[in-house]
Design a protein around this ligand. Structure first.
Ligand SMILES: Cc1ncc(COP(=O)(O)O)c(CNc2cccc(C(=O)O)c2)c1O
Ligand SMILES: Cc1ncc(COP(=O)(O)O)c(C=O)c1O
Length: 444
């Protein structure tokens, strides 16, 4: 089968696909199509090579076109394309779960497989509520998220998420939700290299919510250790540690949503390792298969799992799951991905290049409309001053101009987020920031 390599798609062929998180009319009037990818580069439908500054969508950690993963997927499809894991099984998810928990800190020993980050988040939230019920504390149903948080698009993740645009069309889909303040503050932390110094005290808001609702009604707090989708907000020094302490004090479960930070993004296997804070539950997706096949997972502490299996007399302990939980082909892709991470040291490689990356990010200071620069590990953000009355317009213009001039970046409002594959070399960093610098200089 010949793969499409040029954009000879008649415009009518663009009609049927309802694109996610996209201005469909604007895109279809001037489509940006990628037709191939390898290593650090995409090939556009008009034959241009552009550098991937976003690892696709924070997910192609090992770089594009990995033959090892393709071979593993092909072999699995021909050997066992699909088998159910409801009251049935096949070897791959058991092998993968064992491999995965070896990477986790503490006693996060058990893995529930999903198909996405959104499914991982909703699974984690259901586990938290059910856990408390099984412990005889069924009143603990409140879930606490954070402003500007992103936890996917299923009902639970939307409800605990903190971005108005992602919530306003859907009303009050889940009750019993509250939010902590976000931690972004330009007055105190602008242009900070690494973790901001101001803001630990914001974690104390959790104590205020406990006073307001009473701990007996609160099941869990869910945060992204580094908030990605909103434009990269970093935890102030001490903030996550404070959240952990307050959760422990009140018997509240702490959930780290590591869909972005998981699998080496910060220079450690997980953000939990990087910050030295072990949550009760971790959600992942994206890098788990290097984005080759959709997959997610939820890691839970041993005591949570034991509460389920001991809390139910006999039979099914957790009435939850997806047709494709532990899908053979997704598992094969993930096992091959973990092999690459191990062989190439990608779960810790970022620590070797983080300083060079940091200097590249902060080299943008003083360019037109740049009001903040943020970095940690191999994540970066450029905050641009909004055009009055047109929030997001400058970010979108920067994204389109970067695409036209040779780089894929991510616009989150007027923030430009950067999160390249972890295989990036210094010459790629120079290329990426060369394009970004040129584009920023062109901004009116
Ligand atoms: C922290 C977090 N949690 C959950 C999800 C949902 O995962 P799925 O998409 O696989 O259901 C995400 C996904 N993160 C995500 C997805 C798409 C775009 C962007 C962006 O930065 O614009 C970020 C995420 O970043
Ligand atoms: C009617 C119906 N809806 C939804 C689902 C859930 O689909 P998935 O398991 O892919 O989440 C199923 C699964 O069997 C189903 O039969």
């Amino acid at each position: 089968m010949e793969l499409a390599t040029t954009t000879n798609l008649p415009s009518s062929d663009l009609d049927a696909f309802w694109m996610p998180f996209t201005a469909n009319r604007q895109f279809k009037a001037s489509p940006r199509l990628l037709v191939a990818a390898e290593g650090m580069y995409y090939t556009t439908s008009d034959g241009r090579q552009i550098i991937d500054g976003t690892a696709g969508l924070w997910c192609v950690n090992a770089g594009h076109g990995r033959r090892e993963i393709a071979d593993a997927v092909q072999k699995q499809v021909m050997q066992l394309d699909f088998a159910p894991t409801f009251q049935m099984g096949h070897p791959a998810p058991f092998e993968l779960a064992t491999r995965l928990v070896e990477l986790l800190p503490g006693d996060l020993n058990r893995v529930f497989f999903t198909n996405s980050g959104s499914e991982s988040v909703d699974t984690a939230l259901k586990i938290a509520i059910a856990y408390h019920r099984l412990k005889g504390q069924g009143a603990r149903q409140r879930l606490i998220g954070r402003e500007r948080g992103y936890h996917g698009v299923n009902f639970g993740g939307t409800a605990v998420g903190g971005t108005g645009a992602n919530r306003k069309l859907f009303g009050n889909i889940v009750t019993g939700i509250d939010h902590l303040s976000h931690t972004h503050n330009l007055e105190h932390n602008a242009f900070t290299r690494g973790q901001p110094k101001w803001g630990e005290h914001l974690a104390n808001e959790l104590d205020r919510l406990v006073t307001l609702h009473d701990a007996s009604t609160i099941a869990a707090v869910i945060v992204e250790p580094v908030a990605g989708s909103t434009g990269v907000l970093l935890p102030p020094v001490g903030y996550l540690q404070k959240l952990r302490q307050i959760c422990d004090k009140h018997g509240i479960l702490l959930i780290f949503d590591e869909v972005i930070t998981g699998f080496g993004r910060l220079g450690k296997p997980f953000a939990a390792d990087y910050f030295g804070v072990i949550p009760d539950i971790i959600t992942v997706a994206k890098g788990i298969t290097n984005a080759t096949v959709p997959m997610g997972a939820v890691f839970v502490r041993e005591e949570i799992y034991q509460t389920f299996v001991q809390g139910i007399e006999n039979g099914i302990e957790f009435f939850h799951g997806y047709t494709y939980s532990g899908h053979p082909v997704a598992c094969a892709a993930s096992l091959a991905t973990l092999d690459i991470y191990k062989k190439e040291g990608l779960l810790t490689r970022v620590s070797e290049i983080a300083d060079y990356w940091e200097n590249a990010v902060h080299s943008l200071r003083g360019l037109p409309h740049v009001i903040d620069l943020r970095n940690l590990g191999l994540v970066g953000a450029i905050e641009l001053e909004s055009i009055p009355g047109k929030p997001g317009a400058r970010g979108y213009e920067t994204f389109v101009k970067c695409y036209q001039q040779g780089a894929l970046v991510r616009a989150a409002g007027d923030n430009i987020a950067l999160s390249p594959p972890l295989i990036i070399e210094k010459q790629h960093i120079d290329e990426l920031f060369g394009v970004v610098t040129d584009v920023l200089k062109q901004l009116a």
